[in-house]
Design a binder for this molecule. Structure first.
Ligand code: SF4
Ligand code: SF4
Length: 420
């Protein structure tokens, strides 16, 4: 079956396209429209393009692909839209069509292939991280950065700048089961994520300890793989489905809730019911997904006072993808002595957006500049955010601007207030 320039499977949802009444309310919320001011780089313009392709008025040309690829998938337009246009799904379905029929730049295909072929695979990632750790600890990183050599290869510089210090990359393996220590509230499965597991292993360790303290028995299956979020956003829908099925199987039947501490993973997992339509296990799994902030916001935690001024950046896939804004703030506000300064435009994308900052560097840099300026305005020395991609991106932006701030996941700050 064909629908204009599209074909089966995963046709862009026509009802979703038709729900757009062209009101333009979403335009000021769209980061790419804010930067470029171009209708075709706005949600309304992109929906117009998808509709034109579905009606056979345009093909999946380079221009079509360019405007759709420049979208961050941040879903700020969904939050703003009064008509309920499911833009995130439309984008992913359309990118699936582009994957099959589109013409992407060679550099785009190479970088996407490299990262998507790396992150979900622990063995490959571990080998790469061993080399990166050697690069950092041998002093070579300091030399390379000081030499200015990286300025000759801006894309490589952007990737290199994202690397956090990998002192503890060889994380202590977490036990498969952590007993509840507080009043028992149920059994929670912990999703380790790819970036979180290798770049921020301590965040996973702390998440398990805090869940246990909050009364959850924590199941951490060793054989769990990637959640498929990066593949989903890239339109590699079959691979995303394979990862989704794998993760569902890893937690099958054993947990009351499935907990994510990476906004991107949580958001993708809440969509499994849609992408694996017809599989009741997927729907059940999606209904069980929680962000860690939801479970800790009202948990009994013996928090000690801590004098700190912090600000909070809303990850797109938490604020827009899962509509979670209150809980992370409530959680931070529970720390006695903590002053939370509201960040202007805290839900405007920082430019990270999965692997977007590697593929669409210019736009990502402009959004990062804006984010860092807003952070500087707060005067806070601690930035808190619940997505590893945002942590890496914002930390790089602040470091390069010479802004002395520490970027932390909420559980890291909470753990300090518990003297962990
Ligand atoms: S997902 Fe984000 S970048 Fe894409 S159209 Fe919507 S608001 Fe704009
Ligand atoms: S707010 Fe919704 S209905 Fe209005 S233009 Fe944007 S996507 Fe269309």
């Amino acid at each position: 079956m064909k629908l204009g320039a599209f074909d089966l499977p995963d046709l862009p949802d026509l009802d979703g396209i038709r729900a757009c009444v062209h009101c333009g309310i979403c335009l000021p919320q769209c980061p790419t429209y804010r930067v470029l001011g171009e209708e075709m780089d706005s949600p309304r313009g992109r929906i117009y393009l998808i509709r034109a392709a579905a009606e056979g008025r345009v093909g999946i040309t380079e221009t079509f692909t360019h405007h759709l690829d420049l979208c961050l998938g941040c879903r700020a337009c969904e939050t703003a839209c009064p008509s309920g246009v499911p833009f995130g799904r439309l984008l992913e379905q359309t990118r699936g069509q582009i994957e099959r029929h589109g013409h992407r730049r060679l550099s785009h295909r190479f970088l996407a292939g490299l990262t998507l072929g790396l992150f979900p695979y622990p063995g490959r990632l571990a080998r790469l991280l061993a080399i990166v750790a050697l690069y950092q600890h041998s002093g070579l990183q300091r030399l390379v950065r000081a030499s200015g050599l990286l300025r000759l290869a801006p894309r490589l510089a952007a990737m290199e700048g994202l690397l956090p210090p990998l002192g503890s990359w060889r994380a202590r393996e977490l036990p498969e089961l952590v007993q509840a220590t507080g009043r028992r509230r149920g059994r929670a499965g912990l999703v380790l994520g790819c970036v979180q597991r290798y770049f921020f292993p301590r965040v996973n360790e702390l998440t398990a300890r805090l869940l246990s303290l909050a009364g959850y028995e924590v199941l951490i299956p060793r054989d769990q793989e990637c959640c498929g979020a990066l593949h989903l956003h890239a339109g590699r829908l079959d691979q995303a489905r394979r990862f989704a099925r794998g993760l569902i199987a890893a937690f099958d039947g054993g947990v009351d809730l499935v907990v994510a501490n990476a906004a991107g993973c949580g958001s993708a997992m809440r969509e499994y019911g849609h992408w694996l339509d017809g599989d009741p296990r997927a729907r059940q799994f999606s209904l069980r997904v929680r962000d860690i902030s939801e479970l800790l916001a009202d948990a009994e935690l013996p928090l000690r006072p801590m004098e700190v001024t912090a600000t909070y950046h809303d990850p797109c896939h938490l604020a827009h993808g899962q509509r979670i804004r209150r809980e992370p703030r409530a959680l931070l506000n529970r720390i006695p002595g903590l002053t939370l300064v509201e960040l202007a435009e805290s839900d405007l994308c920082c430019g990270s957006a999965g692997i977007y900052n590697l593929l669409e560097r210019e736009m990502a840099e402009r959004l990062l500049e804006l984010k860092v300026s807003r952070i500087a305005e707060t005067g806070a020395r601690t930035v808190v955010t619940g997505n590893p991609g945002c942590v890496l991106q914002i930390a790089r932006g602040c470091r390069e601007r010479g802004l002395a701030v520490e970027v932390l996941h909420p559980v890291e700050l909470l753990a300090r207030a518990l003297s962990y």
